[in-house]
Design a protein around this ligand. Structure first.
Ligand code: ZN
Length: 136
C-alpha cells in the first residue's frame, strides 16, 4: 500500500495539477458565462488558478521525486541479506541420501558398526535410524 510511495506522490502531483488547472479554467468560464463577473476578473481567475495550481504541484512533485530517488539510493547503499551470505553461514548440503535415496538436506555422517567405519551423506531420518555420528 505504501510501497514506492514516491512514485505515487509524483503521480498524484501531476493529477492534482491537471485537476486544479481544469478547475480554475472551468470556474473562470462558468463565472463569465453566468454573467457573475466581468471578463477581466474571470481571465485573472483562470490564469491565476492555472499558475498557482502548476507551482503548488512542483512542491508535491519534488517531495515524491526526492523519495523515489532516496529509495533507489537506499537499494544501492544498504546491504541486503542475500542467498550467498546465507549459504556461507549455513552450509546446507542438499542431495540424494546415500541410504534411502531421498533428495533432501543431508548430514555428513560417520557410521560405525560391525561392518566397520563408513562416511556417508544421509538424510535426518537415516541419520537418526542408523545410529550415526556427525562427521567432521
Ligand atoms: Zn535417508
Amino acid at each position: 500500500m505504501f510501497k514506492h510511495i514516491g512514485r505515487k506522490v509524483r503521480g498524484l502531483a501531476v493529477a492534482l495539477c491537471a485537476i486544479g488547472m481544469l478547475g480554475a479554467v472551468g470556474a473562470a468560464v462558468y463565472l463569465y458565462l453566468s454573467k457573475t463577473m466581468q471578463l477581466v476578473p474571470c481571465i485573472l481567475i483562470g490564469v491565476g488558478g492555472l499558475v498557482v495550481s502548476w507551482i503548488v504541484s512542483w512542491v508535491m512533485y519534488a517531495i515524491g521525486d526526492t523519495h523515489a530517488k532516496l529509495e533507489r539510493l537506499e537499494d544501492k547503499l544498504v546491504p541486503k541479506p542475500n542467498y550467498s551470505a546465507y549459504l556461507a553461514e549455513n552450509t546446507a548440503l542438499r542431495g540424494t541420501c546415500e541410504i534411502c535415496g531421498r533428495i533432501t538436506d543431508l548430514i555428513p555422517a560417520k557410521i560405525e558398526d560391525k561392518m566397520g567405519t563408513r562416511y556417508r551423506k544421509v538424510c535426518r531420518e537415516c541419520f537418526a535410524a542408523s545410529n550415526c555420528k556427525e562427521a567432521e
